[in-house]
Design a protein around this ligand. Structure first.
Ligand SMILES: Nc1ncnc2c1ncn2[C@@H]1O[C@H](COP(=O)(O)OP(=O)(O)OP(=O)(O)O)[C@@H](O)[C@H]1O
Length: 896
């Protein structure tokens, strides 16, 4: 037989599923008349060339998917054998016989909806068509088992290269697998691959493999592992089959023959193999071999490549070295970086001490396990390796942090924890302690404390801001099938830090969205934070590759506990960081904020000096916050102004005003630089009118302060109560309740002369709380409201240095309220000297309020509203010592 030569270029014909054209076999391609005309033109142009007879009627047949997208990089050159008219209108059937496999050039566009006018060049492949030569691959035993008996004699005479293609075609192997087989030009490799496919088909059909193959199969453990995971589908899915193909001996590694554009990523993969988990390793191999079959121009190529790059950048087995924690060092660092916050620092040191102790005990127990091994001197390879692993876990003393240790060498023999289902390996220390949750108002140093903790532990630090996370996919990632899919925040964090044991700060835990239309982000966080599950965390983007979060140390911050879901809160140990009082703010400003701002403005201590009292003025008159952020901004303004002055004084041509620079900032300069004080003006007037009382508020984000209650009598009314100031329903109900109580005691308070008299006859009462734009709610202004009404109706004032808080029941019992610490600290900032509050809140005051505040404020605890009234105006306020109440009540009762 003469060996035909392929022409230097071929017209292309797309072939849609389920057909795949193999050499020496035929395919029937339906075409419209216009497509057929194109085929004729293209074939004609081939004839016009130098090609002889052999080239006549040759085309390249390319597998495409249902949407006409080219699949894979391989096709089959074929010769047109016949053209028939189909029964359908304007449809012709082109019969093509396969000649040889052709590799498509990379420049080929991915879409082949119709025959392209530009034929593909085949020059590098214009080889003589291969003759059917016998090969060592023997697929015959399979053919005999799988085909009917009458075909046995015929197939036994076929050469193995043809047999592989024929068997794949006639045994109804899945289309994807046929494409894969088409893409294996090497006869022997193709035979092996087809053998594997048949083994799987047989095991699924319950047919035992041919004898000589079964013994070979026993040797291949991995093969059987993959097969056992195959579902009930009759034929292997391509992803599983490629797992099998990737387990071939390294000499036959199909990845070695990857196209040029994939070589850099393959080289990266080879260098990263020791640090990848088993599953990641397998998946990258599989994806690489899949990628080789996808045209680079296709969207899928980009998706798959990004996925591989993501997997290769994850730190599966990389850890930053844990070194022995030095508690003294840690304490010093916390002291150096933070002023005050004594309770928080103490708790952080306790945490470090417990962590160190648990880790030491763990390492000691590992050491003990190692000794019998050493004594037994077992000459067993596995045991020797285990011994090596244990030894490598003993930390080398004195080594400092941040050096990234490649644990691969010691972990290569460990059970790959990510792939097992029995739990994480027990040879690495994992802290199962609660997650520290720092709660407090903004700007009190929560983030800064977490950062210091990371440094003390020698861990890499990463902050994830959870504020506004509404979509579960932001935590758990998007499935790769979505356009623009990304891994979740946790996987992105791991990628960024590059080690699997960082300290991750979950900032603003209270701002995470709850369950809703986009899933439940806090439930996804729960899984990530649970030590029982997080060693095997599944991100949607990573698919079947799980990531180990069990070595990550999580710390969270929040402004309030109210909006945190309780299962999440249950995993946390809450540490409260309360707002600062003025002396603390002054100390922080002196030690940290001012030096920092001076430095940032390019000045030094010789170039700027604040006069006595300047700092205090800035703290008290220009800021009213729990933290120190706005204080830092104000100090920044002062420093910048001085920097401008100084810079101008250095200009070569100076005017009279600019040439002299005064490094001092005097008390009177503060107003010139920072403007008129915002809060100084708001200071309570020395003497107020009756009906005005200082209540106390807590705004939920950690800030507390004075809430001025204003009431006014409006003549000519009908006894109506008008409330303004954006008050919530609970607040309004509480005001009505208080007014009812005051009315019921109007006679004993001296407001009316007889119990029948209406104290609001002919008048209305207007109740207002300033800052009308801010929503206010809650019942805790109860006592303050009663005092405001009593003051208004009796015409007696209340001192501005008194603040009152507490809920009241209809009978006048004073009830416990929340947010005492923030309220009292806020009151202290506003210069309040006496606070009246429920007796049941006494433990809160004693435990939470800083000593300095306790020394400067007098606390009066009350059980009944009458005690609060007496505390303000004395017992004399009662007419007849309040005795008429019962008689008045008796008279009202009798009338009713
Ligand atoms: N006790 C302190 N000692 C020194 N600096 C402090 C202290 N408290 C706060 N700061 C400084 O105040 C600034 C704000 O602190 P940080 O960002 O840690 O606040 P935060 O409590 O995390 O706020 P948020 O709740 O808004 O995230 C930082 O520059 C920090 O160094």
């Amino acid at each position: 037989m003469s060996t035909p030569l392929l022409p230097s270029s071929l017209p292309l014909l797309p072939l849609s599923p389920p057909q795949v054209l193999f050499p020496h076999l035929r395919a029937t391609i339906p075409l419209t008349s216009s497509q057929l005309a194109l085929v004729f033109d293209a074939v004609q142009s081939n004839l016009g060339g130098k090609g002889g007879n052999g080239e006549r009627g040759m085309v390249g047949v390319i597998p495409v998917d249902k949407s006409d997208r080219r699949i894979g990089r391989w096709g089959c050159a074929g010769r047109i054998k016949n053209i028939q008219k189909s029964d359908e209108d304007d449809k012709y059937l082109l019969v093509v016989e396969g000649l040889t496999r052709i590799r498509l050039p990379r420049s080929l566009p991915p879409i082949l909806s119709i025959l392209p006018s530009i034929p593909i060049p085949t020059s590098p492949f214009s080889l003589p068509l291969p003759a059917l030569s016998p090969s060592t691959t023997n697929l015959l035993p399979f053919a005999i088992q799988l085909l009917p008996t009458q075909l046995h004699a015929r197939v036994s005479t076929l050469p193995p290269s043809l047999l592989a293609d024929i068997l794949v075609t006639i045994l109804g192997v899945e289309w994807d697998l046929k494409i894969e087989v088409l893409g294996i030009p090497d006869v022997e490799m193709r035979g092996d691959r087809v053998k594997e496919i048949f083994l799987d088909i047989m095991s699924l059909r319950g047919i035992s493999p041919p004898d000589d193959i079964s013994s070979e199969k026993d040797k291949n453990k991995e093969n059987s592992r993959v097969k056992s995971s195959i579902s009930n589908a009759l034929i292997l899915r391509p992803k599983q089959s490629s797992v099998i193909s990737s387990s071939k001996s390294p000499n036959n590694d199909p990845l070695e023959s990857l196209p040029e554009d994939l070589q850099p990523i393959y080289t990266l993969f080879k260098t990263r193999i020791p640090t990848l988990s088993n599953s990641a390793n397998q998946v990258v191999k599989r994806e690489l071999s899949r990628l080789a079959k996808i045209p680079p121009q296709s969207a899928e190529y980009g998706v798959s490549r990004t996925y591989i790059e993501c997997l290769l950048s994850l730190p599966f087995k990389l850890v930053s070295e844990n070194y022995e924690i030095d508690l003294k060092d840690a304490r010093r660092k916390l002291e150096d970086d933070h002023e005050g916050l004594e309770g928080v620092k103490k708790r952080v040191i306790e945490y470090l001490a417990v962590y160190r102790l648990k880790r030491q005990l763990f390492l000691e127990s590992q050491e003990k396990k190692k000794i019998p091994l050493l004594e037994a001197k077992v000459d067993n390879k596995d045991d020797r390796e285990l011994e090596k692993n244990l030894l490598s876990l003993v930390p080398s003393s004195g080594r400092r942090s941040d050096s990234i240790v490649d644990e691969s060498s010691k972990e290569m023999t460990q059970k790959d924890e990510l792939d097992g289902n029995d739990g994480p390996s027990t040879d690495v220390y994992r802290d199962k302690g609660p997650i520290l949750l720092l709660v407090g108002p903004p700007g009190v140093g929560k983030t800064s404390i977490a950062r210091s903790l990371a440094t003390s532990l020698g861990r890499k630090f990463h902050r994830i801001s959870l504020g506004g996370v509404r979509d579960e996919a932001e935590i758990r990632g998007h499935r790769r099938t979505y356009v623009g899919a990304l891994p979740g925040l946790l996987v992105q964090a791991m990628r960024k830090v590059g080690v699997s044991n960082p300290l991750i700060l979950l900032d603003e835990l209270d701002k995470v969205g709850q369950s809703g239309f986009h899933g439940d982000p806090s439930a996804a966080l729960l899984e990530a934070l649970d030590p029982a599950q997080n060693w095997n965390f599944h991100d949607h983007y990573l698919g079947e590759v799980s990531i180990d979060l069990s070595q990550v140390l999580f710390i969270a911050t929040a402004n309030t506990l109210e909006s945190i879901s309780w299962p999440l809160l249950d995993r946390c140990e809450v540490i409260e960081c309360s707002g600062y009082i003025t002396p603390e703010k002054l100390a922080i400003a002196k030690r940290f904020l001012l030096p920092k701002q001076i430095q940032e403005c390019g000045l030094n201590n010789d170039l700027i000096q604040l006069d006595e009292g300047v700092l205090e003025k800035v703290v008290t008159d220009y800021t009213r916050e729990a933290g120190v952020r706005s204080l830092e901004r104000q100090l920044g303004k002062l420093c910048r102004t001085k920097a401008v002055e100084y810079s101008m004084s250095r200009e070569p041509i100076t005017t009279e005003q600019t040439k002299s620079y005064n490094h001092k900032v005097a008390l009177e300069d503060v107003e010139k630089i920072l403007g008129v004080s915002q809060y100084g003006r708001e200071k309570p007037e020395g003497k107020v009118k009756p009906g005005v009382v200082n209540g106390l508020s807590y705004n939920g984000s950690g800030n507390g302060g004075v809430l001025i209650i204003e009431t006014l009598l409006v003549p000519g009314g009908s006894g109506r109560l008008v409330t303004t100031g954006r008050l919530g329903e609970v607040f309004r109900e509480s005001i009505e309740l208080c007014l009812t109580w005051v009315k019921s005691r109007s006679m004993s308070l001296g407001i009316t002369e007889s119990p029948e008299q209406d104290p609001l006859k002919g008048i209305n009462v207007h109740y207002h709380i300033p800052e009308g734009a801010v929503h206010k709610d809650g019942p805790s202004a109860g006592i303050a409201t009663v005092l405001a009404f009593v003051s208004l109706l009796t015409g007696r004032e209340i001192g501005t240095d008194i603040a009152v808080t507490g809920e009241m029941s209809l009978r006048g019992t004073v009830l416990r309220i929340g947010g005492v610490k923030e309220k009292v600290i806020g009151a202290h900032r506003a210069g309040v000297k006496k606070v009246i509050l429920p007796r049941s809140n006494r433990p809160d005051v004693e435990a939470d309020i800083p000593e300095l505040v306790k020394n400067e404020i007098r606390f009066v605890y009350v059980d009944k509203i009458e005690q609060a009234i007496e505390e303000v105006w004395g017992k004399e306020i009662w007419v007849n010592g309040g005795k008429d109440i019962s008689s008045a009540k008796a008279r009202i009762d009798a009338r009713l």
